[in-house]
Design a protein around this ligand. Structure first.
Ligand SMILES: N[C@@H](CCC(=O)N[C@@H](CS)C(=O)NCC(=O)O)C(=O)O
Length: 217
């Protein structure tokens, strides 16, 4: 399997950490999706991550790829379903994964604005994106005060999505806005062995791809 990725994309990181945790072999191909029209043949949205399977078919976007990898590697990152309890198990995890993806969307938008050349940067747009991010982060602060992990009393896809949203936010200077629950939760996630292995691999890729140390983290 090939993963079209970028060392600092929070969405691609979600896929890479599941592969690391489950010991799945992925050939990682780092691309700059913003400037790469050729990606549309694999994903009409021209976004990474994209997973290309051995039969040449492609999967996107990150929630789909993560479920596929979890299924292929026999993982437990998506809790089982309970149709009677919508507020537990699978449905809860999927909702919280969507929350993390939404926080990451806001952080990515802010980062894109901040990496514009000085003369094209619009302070109003940057401040709007920061507010957008902070509004979403409040929900993570509320959700992280209840238990060690976000749901199902264990580490799930919800933690992966939120963790990588926080990682990107921290790397681009937004960690000062983390509340106490988020800060403690983020410290717990960083202590995980799978996380540390994934970070070591992406830092190596970041250096190889000349990603600025400021965003590499
Ligand atoms: N909802 C998508 C979001 C993916 C996304 O925003 N990827 C960014 C990189 S972090 C990208 O490819 N941006 C290029 C573009 O939108 O042109 C997912 O979860 O996979």
């Amino acid at each position: 399997m090939k993963l079209y990725s970028h060392p600092v994309s929070p969405f691609a990181r979600k896929a890479r950490i599941i592969a690391h945790e489950l010991g799945l072999k992925l050939e990682v191909i780092d691309v700059m999706a913003r400037n790469d029209e050729s990606l549309r043949r694999l994903n009409p949205l021209k976004q990474i991550p994209i997973l290309v399977l051995d039969d040449g078919s492609s999967l996107f976007d990150s929630p789909v790829i993560c479920e596929y990898l979890n299924h292929t590697g026999g993982g437990k990152f998506f809790p089982g379903m309970n149709i009677w309890k919508h507020n537990s198990g699978r449905w809860k995890a999927l909702g919280l994964q969507a929350l993390g993806d939404g926080v990451a969307d806001a952080a990515v938008a802010w980062r894109y604005e901040m990496t514009e050349p000085e003369e094209r940067r619009n302070p109003q747009v940057a401040s709007d994106y920061a507010k957008w991010f902070l509004g979403r982060l409040r929900a993570v602060e509320a959700a992280t005060g209840k238990a060690e992990t976000l749901c199902a009393d264990r580490f799930t896809a919800a933690d992966i999505a939120n963790g990588y949203a926080l990682r990107l936010a921290g790397n681009i200077g937004l960690a000062k806005d983390f509340g106490p629950n988020v800060a403690a939760y983020w410290a717990r996630l960083q202590a995980r062995e799978g996380y540390q292995r994934a970070v070591a691999a992406e830092q190596k890729a970041g250096v190889e791809q000349n990603v600025a140390p400021r965003v590499r983290g």
